[in-house]
Design a protein around this ligand. Structure first.
Ligand code: OSB
Ligand code: MG
Length: 369
């Protein structure tokens, strides 16, 4: 298919509740939606770095620049045989994976719509519902955290991911474990620790967490190997894996036993599936991370999670966990059994509601071949 035009729409969605991590508090979510137009069909993608360069170096502003001035010009007017051919069109651009993912994933959606096939099927997915967990920010107190966990458990969420920071991890996680002896729970440190904290993680080993997510530096895989050798709980990498080659090196070093795949961080669905394939070939678990996506990004995550190697619940919570209203029809709703149903219509299976897009858009751009 020939790419005739690409639109960018930056939106800002108010979050229902501020979200606190070891790197700060977020109140509003800025996202860039990408729409490709090609031979009578269209496709949507989403660019989802944090508003500020605190998770990786990207922001909505850097993504806008990279897309407008470099990536989109390489794609406009090109004849594309399959979506996996998109990354090669801009392979000279180093990094900026969230920006690239928004564009590539929009092409995947367009192919699904053109062929009348759901994205899950195009990718090789095997499920029609996926297990979901919830990522919980740092709360005022351990008691408050226990109440929040209780609320999400009664909604049906299958796994509690708790953000930790130095000094709060033992009291917080111990309180949750005492209150809920059997709940599946894990901790995400977002790089707040160093090797000097090995004794802290050895103490946490007693709490039977399913994993420690990105405990050490955001660009490290060497120290993580030392930590993994010293603890029983599996280490999961998030921030420091961007390609299948990064994943291979991390496994060779013994830096992790699990990978959180975020389609944006790894540059799009082609790369995400490569990492999935590599981990699956070695019998290791992956799961789908989240970036507070809108209904577009969430739908893409849900389709990706249908691949057979996504064996653990993802951070693909329902729309109402984040937002009062979403920009898509139909927003993702949690089933009582703690799953999300995979959309069955062609492509990503959801559509942007024009009135919602208008309400939340802060800037737009159209580029034509
Ligand atoms: O580290 O997984 C993370 C959100 C933004 C940036 C980084 C992370 C997160 C989350 C929330 O944990 C995931 C979600 O619910 O979308
Ligand atoms: Mg994380």
């Amino acid at each position: 298919m020939r790419i005739e035009a690409v639109e960018l729409h930056q939106i800002e969605l108010p979050l229902k509740a501020p979200f606190a991590t070891s790197f700060g508090v977020m109140h509003k979510r800025q996202l860039v939606l990408v729409k490709v137009l090609a031979e009578g069909v269209y496709g949507w993608g989403e660019v989802s770095p944090l508003n500020d360069p605190l998770y990786n170096y990207e922001t909505p502003e850097t993504a806008w620049h990279i897309l407008k001035d470099y990536a989109i010009p390489q794609v406009l007017g090109k004849q594309i045989g399959e979506p996996t051919a998109v990354p090669a069109l801009y392979r000279e651009i180093r990094g900026h994976n969230f920006a690239k993912a928004g564009l590539e994933n929009a092409v995947w959606d367009a192919f699904g719509r053109a062929q009348g096939v759901p994205l899950a099927k195009l990718l090789g997915g095997v499920r029609d519902r996926i297990d979901v967990g919830v990522s919980i920010g740092i709360q005022q107190s351990s008691d408050a955290l226990v109440r929040v966990v209780d609320g999400f458990m009664s909604q049906g969420y299958k796994r509690m991911k708790i953000k930790i920071k130095p000094g709060r991890e033992l009291p917080d996680l111990t309180a949750v474990r005492r209150a809920f002896p059997a709940v599946a729970m894990m901790a995400d440190a977002n790089s707040a620790y160093s090797l000097a904290d090995i004794p802290v993680f050895q103490a946490l080993d007693e709490l039977k967490l399913t994993m420690y997510e990105q405990p050490l530096a955001w660009d490290d895989i060497v120290d993580h190997a030392k930590l993994q050798a010293a603890v029983k709980t599996p280490v999961c990498l998030d921030e420091s894996v961007h390609t299948a080659d990064d994943a291979r090196k991390a496994l060779e070093l013994g830096s992790c036993r699990i990978i959180n795949i975020k389609v944006g961080r790894v540059g799009g669905l082609t790369s995400a599936r490569e990492i999935h394939d590599l981990m699956r070939a070695r019998g290791l678990d992956v799961w789908c991370g989240g970036m507070f996506e809108s209904g577009i990004g969430r739908a893409i995550n849900v389709h990706m999670t249908t691949l057979p190697g996504f064996t653990l619940p993802g951070d693909t919570s329902a729309s109402d966990r984040y937002y009062h209203e979403d920009i898509v029809d139909e927003p993702a709703v949690l089933n009582p059994d703690g799953t999300l149903s995979v959309p069955t219509r062609p492509g990503i299976g959801v559509d942007v509601v024009p009135a919602m897009l208008k309400k939340y858009t802060t800037r737009s751009l159209t580029m034509r071949a």
